[in-house]
Design a protein around this ligand. Structure first.
Ligand code: PEP
Ligand code: MN
Length: 349
């Protein structure tokens, strides 16, 4: 580290081998050194930000304390999410599924939970073809208040039943901080939708549950703003965060949104959080889901979030973007071949 870097804003990172008592010792040490700070949790480890101190001097004077596992120069919006804090990356566990272990995980299901028949048939279909988790919204944040808003808490039972039948965990969207506790009792993971990416009260409430979260990028938000939103979850001590690219609004009207794979490649480089891509909401067109899925995996995505419906023409939400059963089956077959070519494999249950 150069002299200039030694004065820069730093993050002292302590892995799980350093006890909380020793981390508290560091807090006192920094306070005496005129650089009071606070402690953040990162998984089973801790992070202390420090500013305006010479780190070499600081470390030399702290010989009675275990050295930080690593020191990271802070940069950009990703403080706790920055790749240098965890160079090997974070693994997010959604029930028995893992996102970020190098394999490609597919989460699939209907946009909205509608009926017992629809949810059961779709869940069994995606399980049969290799999905490792289910998706399905019971709270739907629709652009128009006149559109189907979801079944609400009543729809949760259908997700629970689909999980029981297939053994697959499920994620579902949460739109209201008041709903978080009740949902946390049954869900395997939360989804925070594009329209709520900067609902900071919601982010904090979900972060406090410690449950996994798919954080969808707002369609008018930048790569950096998405990282900053992720920090609200991480700040609560929840490192089970997956960033989701789901398309942004551009001047291009030929698809519903424009899938930004540059974001995927950048997040993979700049953060330790895994990345999921939603080719369904980004394109809004079933025939684009497969090429975008393949491109997403090539860009480094850890997982895909795919809308599937047994009868798309009858779907109450996003009817014209869900894959039909045979389209999903075909996608999974060709995806397996494509990921093998990338030296990866599809995650198995
Ligand atoms: C969804 O995944 O059901 C959804 C509403 O997506 P988004 O928040 O990305 O629009
Ligand atoms: Mn949808």
């Amino acid at each position: 580290m150069t002299a200039a870097e030694a004065q820069q804003d730093l993050l002292l990172v302590f892995d799980e081998t350093v006890t909380r008592a020793d981390v508290d010792g560091w807090l006192r040490h920094l306070s005496f050194a005129g650089a009071p700070t606070r402690v953040y949790r990162l998984g089973a480890g801790h992070v202390l930000p420090v500013s305006g101190v010479d780190s070499a001097e600081l470390l030399a004077a702290a010989h009675h304390l275990p050295a930080p596992t690593r020191q990271v120069v802070r940069g950009g919006a990703a403080w706790l999410g920055g790749r240098p804090l965890r160079p090997a990356g974070t693994r997010v566990r959604i029930g028995p599924a893992t996102i970020g272990d190098g394999s490609v995980a597919v989460i699939a299901g209907p946009c909205a939970v509608e009926t017992p028949e629809q949810m059961t048939a779709t869940a069994e279909l995606v399980a049969e073809h290799g999905a490792v988790a289910l998706r399905g919204g019971v709270f739907k944040p629709r652009t128009s208040p006149h559109s189907f808003q979801g079944l609400g808490f009543g729809g949760l039972d259908l997700l629970v039943e689909a999980r029981r039948r297939t053994g697959l965990p499920f994620v579902t969207e949460v739109v209201d901080p008041e709903h978080v506790k009740r949902l946390a009792e049954v869900v395997d993971g939360f989804q925070i939708g594009a329209r709520n990416m900067q609902n900071f009260a919601l982010l904090s409430a979900v972060g406090q549950t410690g449950l996994p979260v798919l954080l969808k990028r707002g369609f008018g938000c930048t790569v950096e703003e998405t990282l900053a939103a992720g920090e609200y979850l991480l700040l609560e001590g929840n490192d089970q965060v997956v960033l989701c690219e789901r398309g942004i609004r551009t001047f291009e009207p030929s698809a519903r949104f424009t899938l930004d794979l540059t974001a995927v490649a950048q997040w993979k480089q700049h953060t330790h959080l895994p990345v999921i891509v939603d080719p369904s909401h980004s394109s809004g067109r079933p025939e684009l889901v497969e090429p975008l899925s393949l491109a997403a995996v090539a860009a480094g995505a850890d997982a895909l979030l795919i809308d599937v419906h047994v009868q798309p023409e009858q779907a109450l939400c996003d009817a014209n973007q869900a894959l039909r059963p045979e389209q999903f089956a075909g996608l999974m077959t060709r995806l397996a071949g494509a990921v093998a070519g990338l030296g990866r494999s599809l995650q198995e249950r």
